[in-house]
Design a protein around this ligand. Sequence first.
Ligand SMILES: NC(=O)c1ccc[n+]([C@@H]2O[C@H](COP(=O)([O-])OP(=O)(O)OC[C@H]3O[C@@H](n4cnc5c(N)ncnc54)[C@H](O)[C@@H]3O)[C@@H](O)[C@H]2O)c1
Length: 346
Amino acid sequence: MIRVGLCGLGYWGKNLFRTISGNPNIEFVGVADAKAETRDKLAASHPHLKLYADALELIADPEIDAVVLATPVSFHYAQAKAALDAGKHVMVEKPMCTTSAEADDLIARAERHGLTLMADHTFLFHPAVLKLGELVHSGALGQISYFDSQRVNLGLFQPDVNVLWDLAPHDISIIDYLFGGEPVHVEASGYCHVNPGFPDIAYLTFHYPNSMVAHLNLSWMSPVKVRRIAVGGSDKMVVWDDMNREEPIKIYDSGITTHPRQDREIILPSYRIGSVSSPRLAGNEPLVDVVENFRQVILGQAKPRSDGHVGRRVLRTLERAQAALDISLRQVDVAMADAFYSIAAE
Ligand SMILES: NC(=O)c1ccc[n+]([C@@H]2O[C@H](COP(=O)([O-])OP(=O)(O)OC[C@H]3O[C@@H](n4cnc5c(N)ncnc54)[C@H](O)[C@@H]3O)[C@@H](O)[C@H]2O)c1
């Protein structure tokens, strides 16, 4: 049986704790968390678990074969590297690390040591994403023209990443799964309302070959939580509302018929508004399947659905989005300063 240790028992680590504990084929050895209060509570409720004050202590424990990292993003690279060098299989929370160069290094280390490296892009295990994949990959939607995502809520402000690095990994990993390939051009703008230099709202536009455009609206400043993805194709369009428990996915048999270029000035496009269907989604809680996939990959019984290469592709797009966001933030600063001086001069 694989012996697993979990590092980081914060907001997301608690979900991993529940799913690792619930997997009957995993021996859950211990938990590392920097907070003494967290360890004390765990010692009282789960006296059989080993406890460590730092991830590196857990990683050094010879009784552990595989490590799950749910620590803050800035620690991921050093901890994953230490775990791989100690001969442990690793699953790292998204984003896998902070640069694609770090990701290259982790992938090379895992390959060199013959170990499993996975990035937890949980949505790749979500029944709704699998359904979207079925619709896109089978061609049921026709030629895809857009992917539009709204991922907004109030907080949680992260100490070491901005809203782009916190929320965009979800959409970028979903886009990667649905369409493959990386964007040919990336645009971004954003705003820092709470912490200077630390965007809490970001609008991203990714351009793909074949005229597909993806737009991501990411925010920690929304009073309501919205999780909505729309994918539009030439034959059908689909909307996934993750906050709608009854009918999360709706497939619209709707589309637009255009006419030959020479006729477009005289004949308007026609709209086809057909029926709407809402398929039932079946499946486990995604994180249960993430943990089980990690276990099976370690044992050579399955292929990883979200390996280090997925993690690296997500990071590459994040880096390009951050570069575009930096340019936009500087341009807006200059424009604001110009506006201020011209008003002052009047
Ligand atoms: N897959 C998802 O859907 C999803 C959702 C939310 C968060 N996450 C990811 O999970 C990770 C953690 O996010 P969070 O919101 O749980 O953060 P968090 O701050 O709530 O938790 C981090 C935990 O790590 C502990 N920690 C810090 N340094 C440590 C160290 N050196 N050794 C051991 N423990 C240490 C902290 O005490 C804290 O309990 C991030 O990478 C985040 O992006 C993933």
